[in-house]
Design a protein around this ligand. Structure first.
Ligand SMILES: Cc1cc2nc3c(=O)[nH]c(=O)nc-3n(C[C@H](O)[C@H](O)[C@H](O)COP(=O)(O)OP(=O)(O)OC[C@H]3O[C@@H](n4cnc5c(N)ncnc54)[C@H](O)[C@@H]3O)c2cc1C
Length: 475
């Protein structure tokens, strides 16, 4: 029997076997498949928390692959160099991967594709990171791309995403497995320092955990999701974001499962959940078509706004010590769990960019360093939306008031008590763990009193509106 040359599957943010179009195609090709993860300079460059979570994702996915008689080869270096070397070592004739859409990934992947093809190798990319490719949801009349969520989502709902693919159950192994780096040698969690031990208690990585999360969410919390998703003190959200970030579950699978829940009597919540999945699609759609989303004010009229740069206020915000209980509780939630409730993200982002008039990029980059569910497009869109300079943005005069937000969405103070030591009714263990998670260099102690407010809410709002009015008038 002739043996086909192997196919390298370059794994990135697609660490699953279910509904994986590229891996399913590789399986069907009948060729031996060598899954490989490359720690390239672009990946080395990501923030401390996502990098730590990446380590968990790699370890979990490697186990998953071993469970079907395959494995995950680890290599470190420039992607093209590693893939070429591996192809040479193994005699592979093809390299496939799942597409990513941020500008740096597109540039890298296009260069890799061109160089591999020039070297006579088959090089193919596949969909799978999103429900729809960023170019698939387009106005029927042609013309410009969607820039506003509601018409975008209406169009998206009118397209059939196709069924989920069965889980890959076996991948033909190569005759000999090539050498691999040891995951521990990469020390991907090093940047998290003390925080890793705290966050680890709140994280379960991998595809089976992702599936279990989705199932548990659609079993009950989804019923109350449409309203409950805004409540900080209730656990009504899916918690799927880190799994979607690393592709441990496909967004299409979540979409279809929500469709079944909607037909099964949980209509309101399930459709509201689908709408949020739509925001993730929209973020990538915009990031692809208007890549300025990632780095400068998306609305041209906002460019040149005199944001404040680094300051004692920005440092206090980062440390969860602004003196605004809801803002501080939310920032501490992030250090303790690696995540933050969506409403809390909006509130802390508003506080930084409006009450403290600080550049949204300072917040965006800090989130990119601290969130285990860091998603470049959703993060950029979220920050620009709140700051007022982004697509579909809240108007500039919409300044979240943390006190009224707390009354509505944390009415008994349970969320603040959970994360803010010293707040009335505070639960010691979780609130205290914040002090174990943050850098020692911050010099914080559980004995410190809660800080004073840095700026009055009315005063901060007035200052923000005045700055915008002055900018608009060119003064
Ligand atoms: C300033 C700011 C920064 C953000 N940064 C990120 C980020 O780095 N990574 C990230 O995944 N999300 C980000 N979001 C969006 C949102 O806060 C999270 O997706 C959500 O909190 C994740 O929790 P969940 O999985 O329980 O969400 P659920 O409410 O259960 O929603 C299900 C899924 O829908 C998607 N989704 C929900 N809300 C949004 C949204 N507003 N924008 C885009 N997608 C959404 C996510 O994939 C989420 O997992 C940000 C929002 C803001 C305001």
């Amino acid at each position: 029997m002739t043996r086909h040359p192997p196919l390298l599957y370059w794994i990135r943010r697609d660490m699953r076997l279910s509904d994986h179009p590229g891996l399913a195609a590789a399986q069907q090709s009948g060729r031996p498949v060598i899954p490989v993860f490359v720690l390239d300079p672009e990946t080395e460059d990501i923030g401390a928390a996502p990098k730590w979570r990446l380590e968990q994702a790699i370890a979990a996915f490697r186990e998953r692959l071993r469970g079907i008689g395959s494995d995950l080869v680890l290599r470190r270096g420039k992607a093209l160099d590693c893939l070429r070397a591996l192809a040479e070592e193994t005699g592979a004739g093809a390299v496939h991967w799942t597409r990513l859409y941020e500008p740096a990934a597109i540039a890298r992947d296009s260069a890799v594709k061109a160089a591999l093809r020039a070297a006579g190798l088959e090089a193919e990319s596949h969909p799978g990171h999103l429900i729809f490719e960023p170019w698939a949801v387009a106005p029927k009349s042609g013309g410009d791309v969607y820039r506003v969520f509601t018409p975008y989502f209406r169009a998206l709902e009118g397209i059939e995403p196709g069924p989920c693919l069965d889980a890959v159950e076996a991948l033909a192994a190569p005759r000999d497995w090539p050498g691999t780096d040891a995951l521990a040698d990469w020390a991907l969690g090093a940047g998290m320092r003390r925080g890793a031990d705290v966050v680890a208690g709140h994280v379960e990585a991998g595809e089976p955990a992702a599936q279990a999360h989705l199932e548990a969410f659609l079993d009950a919390p989804v019923r109350d999701y449409a309203k409950g998703r805004d409540r900080l003190d209730l656990d009504r959200c899916s918690g799927l974001s880190p799994y979607l970030t690393w592709g441990e579950i496909s967004a299409r699978e979540a979409w279809h499962a929500a469709g079944r829940a909607a037909r099964g009597g949980k209509r309101d919540g399930a459709l509201a959940f689908r709408r949020e999945l739509g925001w993730r699609e929209f973020a990538w759609h915009l990031g692809y078509h208007t890549p300025e989303l990632f780095e400068r004010e998306w609305r041209a009229e906002w460019q040149g706004f005199p944001w404040r740069g680094e300051s004692a206020d920005a440092a206090a915000w980062r440390q969860g010590r602004t003196g605004e209980p809801l803002v501080d509780a939310a920032m501490r939630e992030m250090y303790v769990t690696g995540r933050m409730h969506n409403r809390a993200r909006m509130i802390v982002a508003s506080h930084l960019t409006k009450h403290l008039l600080t550049d949204w990029r300072i917040g965006m980059r800090w989130f990119a360093d601290c969130l285990i569910d860091w998603d470049p497009a959703s993060n950029a869109l979220g920050w620009q939306w709140v700051a007022g300079c982004g697509p579909d943005a809240a108007p500039y005069f919409r300044v979240f008031n943390p006190e009224t937000q707390a009354e509505k969405f944390d009415p008994e103070g349970a969320y603040r008590a959970r994360y803010l030591l010293g707040f009335e009714g505070s639960d010691d263990a979780v609130a205290r763990s914040y002090f174990d998670a943050v850098p020692e260099s911050w010099g914080l102690s559980p004995e410190d009193p809660l800080p004073e407010r840095r700026v009055g809410l009315a005063e901060g709002r007035k200052r923000a509106l005045a700055a915008y009015e002055a900018f608009k008038d060119g003064g």
